[in-house]
Design a protein around this ligand. Structure first.
Ligand SMILES: Cc1cc2nc3c(=O)[nH]c(=O)nc-3n(C[C@H](O)[C@H](O)[C@H](O)COP(=O)(O)O)c2cc1C
Length: 191
């Protein structure tokens, strides 16, 4: 079965990110075409990148890197929950992504953005990082507003309109995750 991780983007005390991730997991879990799991970057206690060698070498010296690498390697695809900080990607997520490389290659991803303007600047900046990691990021995007999809800017209560943005993104992530399994297992070489 195709496995897709829903990955948090914030480790901030009081973050709303986890609530969004849990809601996306609940929504995605109603599907039967893939398995979904919430992966909370906060559980991996990743400090600001402390590996001497660039991730591409996969010469990991730290236990937290090995644990993070083993978890990400389990999945065929990802959904990143991307809140917006300073018109860009939350630093905890950018940091977590910097630890690894091959574990993400030739896999698919979708993004759920949130912020004062639906997190669109974080989403677009994240696309640049994902391109470098050879992740096929899908066109559809989950989009939520801090003003209308959260109560008091804290409790996630999406409007019907914005909640409907998630399923088309999941459709594309599942499809591309399955397609890229063929690339990773070599089925398309000399086909
Ligand atoms: C350092 C910082 C910078 C922020 N910059 C932006 C921004 O540029 N655009 C925006 O829409 N929201 C911005 N915000 C508001 C966050 O989107 C909001 O606080 C959100 O709850 C952050 O996600 P989190 O609670 O999961 O950490 C910023 C928040 C912080 C803490």
């Amino acid at each position: 079965m195709t496995k897709i991780a829903i990955i948090t983007g914030s480790t901030r005390p009081g973050r709303v990110n986890l609530g969004v991730a849990q809601w996306v997991l609940q929504t995605a879990s109603q599907r039967t075409d893939a398995e979904f799991e919430l992966v909370d970057i906060a559980d991996y206690n990743l400090p600001v990148l402390d590996e001497a060698m660039p991730a591409g070498y996969q010469q990991y010296s730290q236990e937290h890197t090995k644990a993070w690498s083993a978890k990400i390697a389990e999945f065929d695809g990802f959904v990143f929950i991307a809140g917006e900080y300073n018109h860009s990607v939350q630093p905890a997520l950018a940091n977590a992504l910097s630890y690894l490389n091959a574990e993400f290659n030739n896999k698919a991803a979708g993004i759920v953005g949130y912020g004062s303007a639906f997190g669109v600047r974080a989403v677009e900046h994240l696309r640049g990082i994902l391109s470098e990691l050879q992740v096929a990021h899908v066109q559809k995007t989950g989009m939520f507003s801090l003003f209308t999809d959260f109560e008091n800017f804290s409790t996630f209560k999406p409007t019907e309109l914005q909640a409907a943005s998630v399923e088309p993104m999941l459709d594309q992530v599942v499809l591309w995750s399955k397609a890229l399994e063929q690339v990773r297992n070599g089925a398309l070489v000399n086909a």
